[in-house]
Write a protein that binds this ligand. Structure first.
Ligand code: SF4
Length: 346
């Protein structure tokens, strides 16, 4: 089983409660089964009794997680620069459930729906490609702002629109199908002969940089998150010292440790970036890491969004189009980096 690669994690986490506050789902549901400790106990039980992969309560708990990965770097067992990879264990558990054919019907349906969207179109001209994934496209203001900022610096770009590049399939536990989608997307991109591929959605960025590398799928372009691209434009901003509260992306902060450009861009914008919530460890993304939690468990996402709303004041800013969409739906004042940069350009 895939979880056999995580025996050390299972042993460490199954009797440890030190990072329970870093499970955003657990914080809003108040259910023990939504904590890292109980997810490790589930994995431990499944190793002893593989037939338990079919236990509906178990699979339900596994697919309720927000997958923020906040405990990766704030683990009580933190050592040699690394915490126990409880996130890796969760994803392995999902793969085992799928391999056994015991995933919930809603998960199967969602995987089929996303896989069917794996086709793309391209428009415009230029060496630079801007990938507008389905989630980002749901908020047209993001791509509009990106376009205005690039044009201001005379950067010509082609927009690639379309669906599944494998992230949702991977998150749900369908590794081989995820790999196939990644290969198909890489072939499409490589055929365009561009130099750079910029993407606004950190989930897509994580797929292109980390998942594709793990699959051995090569992209013949430099991949950049939009925060890196916009930082490099060195635009002239108003620098009015407005107070903002950044909701840090799970993918940029916890998956790849590459949120540096986000901080640099906010510095260029001259805003005062205040810490949101209780501390800098928790995830306030409303489930960004789980990518499709809103489709699987809308009630949980509503609770996660309400928790952010309780603490929100002033202008929120995020790198994540997912978080922006979910929180804007609750009426919160929230912008992506593209929109904020566009608003502050002279
Ligand atoms: S990830 Fe670390 S802090 Fe969290 S349950 Fe496991 S050992 Fe404890």
């Amino acid at each position: 089983m895939n979880i056999d690669q995580f025996t050390e994690v299972i042993s460490a986490c199954r009797f440890c409660f030190m990072c329970r506050h870093l499970s955003a789902t657990g914080m809003v549901s108040c259910r023990e089964s939504d904590t890292p400790r109980v997810r490790a106990l589930i994995a431990d039980t499944v190793r002893k009794y593989p037939e338990k992969l079919a236990d509906a309560d178990f699979t339900d708990a596994v697919y309720r997680s927000d997958l923020a990965g906040a405990n990766r770097f704030h683990c009580d067992g933190y050592h040699d620069g690394k915490g126990y990879d409880e996130l890796g264990l969760q994803l392995a558990l999902r793969r085992d459930i799928v391999d056994a054919g015991k995933e919930p019907e809603a998960v199967k349906k969602l995987a089929d729906e996303f896989e069917a969207t794996a086709s793309w179109q391209v428009a415009g001209s230029g060496d630079l490609l801007y990938f507008l994934d389905r989630c980002t496209a749901e908020t047209p203001a993001i791509a509009e702002s990106f376009g205005r900022l690039a044009t201001k610096k005379g950067v010509a770009f082609r927009t690639v629109t379309g669906g599944c590049i494998g992230k949702v399939l991977r998150v749900l536990g369908y590794t081989e199908r995820s790999k196939a989608a990644a290969k198909k997307f890489a072939a499409f991109i490589n055929n365009l002969g561009a130099k750079t591929l910029v993407v606004s959605n950190p989930a897509a960025y994580d797929a292109l940089v980390h998942d594709f590398a793990e699959y051995g799928v090569a992209l013949n372009v430099k991949v950049m998150h939009s925060s890196e691209f916009l930082t490099g434009l060195k635009l002239d901003f108003k620098r009015d010292g407005e107070t903002v509260y950044e909701l840090k992306s799970d993918f940029l902060k916890n998956y790849g440790r590459n949120a540096l450009y986000a901080a640099e861009l906010l510095g260029q914008l001259g805003v005062k970036n205040e810490t949101f919530g209780h501390n800098d460890e928790e995830s306030y993304t409303a489930g960004e890491g789980a990518v499709v939690l809103q489709q699987l468990h809308p009630e949980l996402v509503n609770m996660l969004a309400a928790r952010v709303a309780e603490k929100a004041e002033g202008l929120l800013v995020t790198a994540s189009p997912y978080t922006r969409k979910v929180l804007a739906e609750t009426g919160l004042n929230i912008l992506t980096f593209e929109e904020l940069a566009d608003r502050k350009t002279r």
